[in-house]
Design a binder for this molecule. Sequence first.
Ligand code: DX5
Ligand code: ZN
Length: 230
Amino acid sequence: MIERNFLFAPSLLGADPLNLAANIDSLGANYDWLHLDIMDGHFVRNLSFGPEFSRALRKRYPNAFIDVHLMVDRLEVILPLFIEAGASLITIHAETEPHLLHASLSMIKNAGLKAGISLCPPTPAANIKSVLDLADLVLVMSVTPGFGGQKFIDSSLDKVRELVSFRAVNKHNYLIEIDGGINEKNITCSIFAGCDVIVMGSAVFRNENPGLWLAELRAGIKEAMKNFGR
Ligand code: DX5
Ligand code: ZN
């Protein structure tokens, strides 16, 4: 049996803004991607990082896989700023200017980056069927976007299962990422449901030793996968 892989993407929104580099370094080699939440105070009711932060992150961590999650309106202005700012992958929301979804995904891919599509909790997976062939990743929001530390919405895993089945039926290649309210209690069932990439903010950075916590979590999940034949 081929062992399924899963990736950890700690969200910097959950880190201490005055100690970001120290917080990233505290992860050691126990993370896969760095998740960067971009909020514009319009698409969501919060503000976070700008393109200069993304650029600085790339400079300081040249080999990191930087996973940018754009929760913004006015994609025609914001997207080019982040395409030039060191991202490895950029995810845009299906709800942001849906008529531009195809063009925006193509713009990301034409720049040589990976492209993702995100769905807010009320948005059905079927809404993005026609653009799934362009997606390297589909991000399922498991909380209302805007803030860290919220409670996981259980029905999100039904959407994950649906995306697993679309992918199999249509021979797509996208990874499925889950974002919001993930912790040690719900991570294993999220991976069993089909999530490939796990974003975690508060659950990671509230720990005294985030790197050790991630290492132990990874080992525990691998053990559970073995025991349940996943
Ligand atoms: C929410 C963000 C998430 C957030 C996750 O809008 O997209 O990435 O940082 O934080 P936790 O893991 O605390 O829910
Ligand atoms: Zn996010």
